[in-house]
Design a protein around this ligand. Structure first.
Ligand SMILES: Nc1ncnc2c1ncn2[C@@H]1O[C@H](COP(=O)(O)OP(=O)(O)OP(=O)(O)O)[C@@H](O)[C@H]1O
Ligand code: SF4
Ligand SMILES: [Mg+2]
Length: 364
């Protein structure tokens, strides 16, 4: 999907969330899990910004910080330029209305003791207290219709619905406060592939109709490729690469992005993009490697990669990359638009850009 123009709706600047590790009788702090470290990114109105990366890299923590479900250790989150971390009272209530989560598990995220109607009306009771009972019910029916469910569902119970239908109810509940920004953390991961496709189409449709901005967090890169305008690749709390989805998926720059994307199954066995198997495990988040955090697993690592923290730098095409192969005194122009970075040789990977998005994916 093409990049959407416009001002940021919501953004973070130098955002960090560190969790203290305590031990001993007196609970002394002996270390810190750096779940999110110095993160700067923005999401525009009507845009889907996806966060990807291996388990534990800080995606959900970022989502919670954007929703102000927890407070940062450092840095700020701004909604239209206003810092949400210092909001109180009416301003905070307004923020809660404008920013909504959609959760991963459609089975546990709905209260089994509340009908679907009561679930969807809950937000209306809080945020539109002047609405009459009949008015609330009408609005709930409209919201269900928006997500593809009929008004007959209002008096039914969550256990009577399939996973996909429950996720539609979850979306109707999120939409009840007329949000502008939704954090969808693994919102389709628990669903069957065919149901996943329906919910993804619904998310896109709602975005077009309502101008919603999504922070979309997912493991499934094929889904991310299909749904996103821009993508941020995280590793150990750091943003490693950020760019338009089309450019990033067709020509990944950072060695970590290349490895991640190589895991996407390719329907064309002759396409030539080989799987890059990274050696070793993700290092502990309380003891990240010095210098580049990816260096202990990077096939292109050089001695100087461990010397100093590597910065996220803008490239000529507008993408941002945190790697010494791209700027920061790189020994050679690592990127001439094509080919693997020096030292990253992959069996079966010819070094050309990946094939353009397959037509079959457009049916998702
Ligand atoms: N409340 C907490 N206390 C201590 N550490 C935490 C807490 N929440 C998260 N962490 C740690 O922060 C790091 C990032 O966690 P986070 O849940 O954000 O990762 P994630 O990218 O969402 O992973 P996954 O893909 O598995 O959902 C992990 O090392 C995790 O163990
Ligand atoms: S800075 Fe060095 S270790 Fe880090 S990704 Fe680039 S080449 Fe690899
Ligand atoms: Mg998570």
């Amino acid at each position: 999907m093409g990049v959407t123009p416009g001002e940021p709706l919501i953004e973070c600047q130098g955002l960090s969330r560190h969790y203290p590790i305590r031990s001993g009788l007196f609970g002394r702090e002996t270390g810190r899990v750096r779940a999110v470290d110095d993160l700067t990114l923005h999401v525009r109105r009507g845009e889907t910004y996806s966060l990807v990366g291996e388990s534990g890299c800080g995606k959900s923590t970022t989502g919670r910080l954007f929703l102000r479900l927890e407070l940062p250790t450092a840095g700020r989150v701004l909604l239209r330029g206003v810092d949400i971390t210092s909001m109180r009272g009416t301003a905070l209530r307004r923020f809660r209305r404008l920013a909504q989560p959609v959760f991963q598990d459609p089975f546990s995220s709905l209260n089994p003791r509340m009908t679907v109607g009561a679930t969807v009306e809950e937000g209306l009771v809080i945020h539109e207290p002047d609405l009459s009972r009949a008015g609330r019910r009408d609005r709930a029916a409209d919201l269900l219709a928006l997500t593809g469910l009929d008004a007959g569902c209002l008096d039914r119970w969550p256990h009577e619905f399939s996973g996909g239908q429950r996720q539609r109810v979850g979306l109707a509940r999120a939409l009840s406060t007329r949000p502008e920004f939704i954090v969808a953390d693994e919102a389709v991961s628990a669903l069957d592939v065919s149901v996943q496709a329906q919910i993804i189409n619904l998310l896109r449709d709602l975005q077009e109709r309502l101008g919603l901005a999504y922070l979309f967090i997912a493991h499934d890169l094929a889904v991310v490729k299909h749904l996103s305008h821009r993508v941020g690749v995280m590793y150990l709390g750091h943003l490693m690469e950020e760019g338009g989805a089309d450019a990033l998926f067709s020509d990944p720059l950072h060695p970590y992005t290349r490895a991640l994307l190589s895991a996407i199954p390719n329907p064309d066995p002759g396409a030539g993009r080989g799987r890059i198997i990274l050696s070793g495990d993700v290092p502990r988040a309380d003891r990240p490697p010095s210098g580049c955090r990816f260096r202990t697993r990077c096939p292109s690592a050089m001695p100087r990669c461990g010397e100093a923290e590597v910065q996220l730098l803008a490239q000529a095409d507008g993408r941002k990359v945190r790697c010494l192969l791209y700027g920061q005194g790189a020994p050679s122009p690592a990127r001439a638009g094509k080919g693997s970075p020096p030292g990253l040789s992959v069996p079966g990977m010819p070094g050309e850009s990946a094939p353009a998005r397959d037509a079959s994916e457009k049916t998702v």
